[in-house]
Design a protein around this ligand. Structure first.
Ligand code: FES
Ligand SMILES: [Fe+2]
Length: 440
């Protein structure tokens, strides 16, 4: 592993810390203010609020945020709470509407959050529309195809929060990608156990042995940024050299080569040359395939990057696709969370009619453009264990394990975690978490 520390001094300061942050009700209550109420959060996709009347709901702990685009074309975000007696205003995860009507007593709010209609308004001592019973707004901003919200009162600008990460990820243009799958699994673990899991490659050789056929986890580059953000850049289109170099390309390398009109037989005895072959062939095919490869570096054309935005957004991506992985805290229980996997694909430009060339891991197979927005699929982790649902082999393996981690953490036989340098990103995340928890 190569470690690059950018604008931060908190690397490897958290080799050990107590388990209460994963299991304690008191810590969870503090988190609601110190973390969820005090940082920018990736709420959803800009494509879900592209036109006036589009909306989606983002749930995080006890809060739900309603994001919409009003008639003037402005992005709006509100607490999803009716200002009459506090009912949840909108129950659908996403959709399009002309106004929001509370199902309880039919108060109606405009897309701009203004209270418009009140049945039997004459029975109120003062007209609620004049008594400022409009929806309560929260800060909202856009970056690279994603909508962020901030539940606090005076947030720093979103670009300040993202820092150098924003520029580093700019070529990927996630906003030009299309949503192809929207999954949420209910997990019996704390949300930070999911972030931890996606902050280190230490476990990959053991839990995900299939990865050695497509990426070289032992030659990764780790980046730590101020604000708790982290990145890992993993060579793709190659093999994990720790396990030896095969004579012929692996099945995954072969399918990548074929998808780029290259013959795997040409790479017998030259398996380590496949990665650079993929890079140059993507450049050669960029125009005919309608893919914007010219704006990427060679490494970016072959490699898998994963960037974690503090606190709970994990972006795993190549030029062709992106997974948004996002654990969200349960409303009441520190031992539960919901874990989203939002799959985006960069389809070729309209001028061509080619299938997308998928990333080095070929993790989603060949994606087809969906007809309309895929519905959010919500299921329990039991459905993953029984095989009824899958979030891809790798994530299924993680999901099956995480409930056991939480049970172990709750045991009297466990008191604190003990981390190594391959877990530098885990340490970095927790250092920022501590900083923010002590800020309030
Ligand atoms: S709680 Fe919404 S109208 Fe009564
Ligand atoms: Fe994993």
């Amino acid at each position: 592993m190569t470690l690059t520390i950018i604008e931060t001094h908190t690397a490897r300061t958290h080799q050990t810390f107590r388990k209460d942050r994963y299991v304690s009700q008191e810590v969870k209550a503090l988190e609601d203010r110190a973390i969820w109420g005090n940082t920018w959060l990736l709420a959803g996709l800009a494509s879900d609020v592209a036109r006036p009347g589009d909306f989606f709901v983002f749930a995080v702990g006890i809060e739900q945020i309603l994001v919409t685009r009003d008639e003037a074309g402005d992005l709006q975000a509100f607490f999803n709470v009716c200002q009459h007696r506090g009912n949840r205003l909108v129950c659908e995860a996403h959709g399009t509407t002309q106004h929001f009507r509370c199902p309880y007593h039919a108060w109606t709010f405009g897309l701009d959050g203004q209270l418009k209609g009140v049945p039997l308004v004459e029975k109120f001592a003062e007209d609620p529309r004049k008594a400022n019973r409009h929806l309560k707004s929260v800060h909202v901003a856009l970056w690279n195809g994603f909508v962020f919200v901030h539940l606090g009162s005076e947030p720093e600008p979103l670009l300040t929060f993202l820092g150098p990460v924003a520029e580093r990820l700019a070529p990927y243009d996630f906003g030009a990608m299309t949503l192809v799958e929207d999954q949420t699994v209910q997990l019996d673990c704390n949300w930070k156990a999911v972030v931890d899991n996606f902050s280190e490659l230490y476990h990959v050789d053991f839990l995900h042995p299939q990865h050695k056929r497509m990426v070289d986890c032992h030659n990764d580059t780790v980046r730590l940024y101020s604000g708790g953000h982290t990145g890992v850049e993993v060579p793709g289109g190659t093999v994990n050299q720790k396990f030896g170099i095969p004579d012929e390309p692996t099945d995954i390398q072969s399918s990548q080569l074929k998808s780029l009109d290259l013959d795997p037989a040409d790479y017998k005895g030259r398996v380590l040359e496949v990665r650079t072959a993929i890079q140059s062939q993507k450049r050669a095919l960029a125009t005919s395939r309608g893919m914007p490869y010219s704006r990427f570096s060679d490494d970016q054309l072959s490699d898998v990057w994963q960037y974690n935005l503090f606190p709970n957004t994990i972006l795993s991506f190549t030029p062709e696709h992106c997974w948004v992985l996002r654990p969200r805290p349960h409303a009441l229980d520190p031992n539960q969370c919901e874990f989203d996997k939002i799959s985006l694909v960069r389809f070729p430009d309209a001028a061509t009619d080619q299938k997308p060339i998928l990333g080095p891991a070929s993790r989603d197979g060949v994606a087809m453009r969906p007809e309309g927005r895929p519905k959010r699929d919500l299921f329990s982790y039991q459905a993953v264990i029984t095989g009824e649902k899958t979030m891809t082999d790798t994530i299924d393996q993680d999901v099956e394990l995480l409930g056991q981690v939480q049970l172990g953490m709750r045991s009297n036989g466990f008191s604190d975690v003990y981390l190594n340098e391959d877990e530098a990103r885990v340490q970095h995340f927790h250092a920022e978490w501590d900083r923010k928890m002590h800020e309030i």
